[in-house]
Design a protein around this ligand. Structure first.
Ligand code: CTP
Length: 400
């Protein structure tokens, strides 16, 4: 299996087995994965960052702050970008820190910020491996959902023979490949996501826009891609970076967004319209910058095409169409009405009455209503977590 578009973050802690990671990085790169290595200070005693940056074709991060480039190594971004985080070799010390939530180096901060699955490959001497405190920590890590790649038996660096050797690079590679493959329920599916605001030009320098950041749509596109879908992201103007492996189509206006979405919709198995599309656009766009003259000034607007409703009107059976509703009042009734009017499979409701929900926040609180008018309420979560919930509902809908 090719691991193209998969981004693996590897955290190396201070064990003699660190040298094996050079081979693992080569195997991952050969399978076309992108690899980001993070090391603890201790790990750099066992294998040089230069070896790993050369093999991974990426800078290796050790500290929060890179003295040379003056750059801040953002642990949240590193964690967010990962399709999988692997900690290998994980020493008894690193295991304990992960189990207890201790955050005294970049690797630990990335572990605590993980959004993806985390695999941990321990390596230590046999007596350490069977110590009850280590066993307890392993149980704790499993209870958090981390996956343990068990150590092998054999000769240890201490000269003792027993269990504790880091799994071989080929075994770790196989584990990663199997895990990523098993987590691809949307493999072979095409998805279309709209995100961000639209800008409706008034003249060459002014526009009518809105405060949508695009974060929710980008998180959904990223999650759909992680689950194996081939994703087209039609994006209004945002400051966000494209999620890796997603095909992004940049648009400005509602009309451009309509054209781009119509282009991809026929092929799409899953469509999620999370963009905040302008409902009205100026009837005329001035060729030159409008000068201020009169005391009062008004712009005549005309309705834009409702993209979601137009797609709903031509939706074929088997296609899944999801819309959003941002409401300030009469939320449930308005959302139910949109669900029916636009022929959706389900609608994701954001209420402006919920704190931390809606535009610009990193969090969101959603209520989902389906065609049977069942209402599912979710807690306030990060937009990545919300994206996972929405994708779970899509997967459930596909298997109906
Ligand atoms: N939408 C769209 N095209 C438009 C307007 C909205 O595709 N021209 C989509 C949005 O992407 C969202 C859903 O319709 O998924 C609901 O958008 P919203 O603005 O809440 O609803 P409207 O239908 O515009 O209704 P109203 O403004 O009256 O609340």
């Amino acid at each position: 299996m090719s691991l193209r578009d998969k981004h693996i973050v590897i955290g190396i802690s201070g064990s003699i087995a660190a040298y094996k990671i050079a081979t693992l990085v080569r195997l991952l790169r050969k399978a076309e994965a992108s690899v980001q290595v993070i090391m603890t200070q201790e790990a750099t005693q066992f294998i040089t960052p230069l070896t790993l940056s050369t093999l991974s074709n990426n800078p290796v991060y050790v500290d929060y702050y890179d003295q040379k480039s003056g750059e801040w190594n953002n642990h949240v971004h590193i964690a967010e970008s990962a399709d999988l985080i692997l900690i290998a070799p994980a020493t008894a010390n690193t295991l304990a820190k992960c189990a207890q939530g201790i955050c005294d180096n970049l690797l630990q901060a990335v572990y605590l910020s993980a959004k993806s699955d985390v695999c941990i490959a321990p390596a230590m001497d046999l007596d350490m491996w069977i110590h009850p405190s280590v066993k307890n920590n392993i149980q704790l890590l499993k209870s958090y959902g981390d996956l343990i790649i068990p150590p092998g038996k054999g000769e240890l660096a201490s000269g003792l023979v027993g269990e504790g050797r880091l799994a071989e690079p080929e075994e770790i590679f196989q584990f990663i490949e199997d895990h990523l493959q098993a987590n691809q329920p949307l493999k072979g599916k095409k998805a279309l996501v709209s995100a961000g605001p639209t800008y409706e030009a008034i003249d060459p320098v002014r526009f009518i826009g809105n405060h949508s950041s695009g974060k929710m749509g980008y998180a959904i596109a990223n999650q759909l891609r992680k689950l194996g879908a081939e994703v087209t992201l039609v994006s209004g103007p945002t400051a966000l970076e494209s999620p890796e492996g997603v095909q992004r189509v940049n648009v400005q206006s509602a009309a451009e967004m309509y054209a781009a979405c119509s282009n991809s919709f026929q092929e799409a198995d899953i469509t999620v319209m999370s963009a905040a599309v302008a409902d009205y656009t100026p009837i005329e766009v001035a060729d030159q910058k409008i000068k201020k003259k009169a005391e009062d000034f008004s712009i005549s607007l005309k309705k834009t095409t409702d993209i979601l409703a137009s797609l709903g009107a031509i939706k074929k059976s088997g296609q899944i169409l999801v819309g959003f509703a941002l409401e300030t009042n009469n939320e449930l009734e308005n959302a139910k009405d949109k669900l029916k009017r636009k022929n959706l499979d389900f609608i994701v409701l954001n209420s402006m009455q919920d704190k931390g929900a809606g535009f610009a926040h990193d969090t969101n609180k959603i209520t989902v209503i389906n065609r049977q008018e069942e209402i599912l309420s979710f807690d306030l979560k990060s937009k990545e977590e919300v994206a996972k919930d929405i994708c779970d509902l899509i997967i459930a809908q596909l298997s109906k």
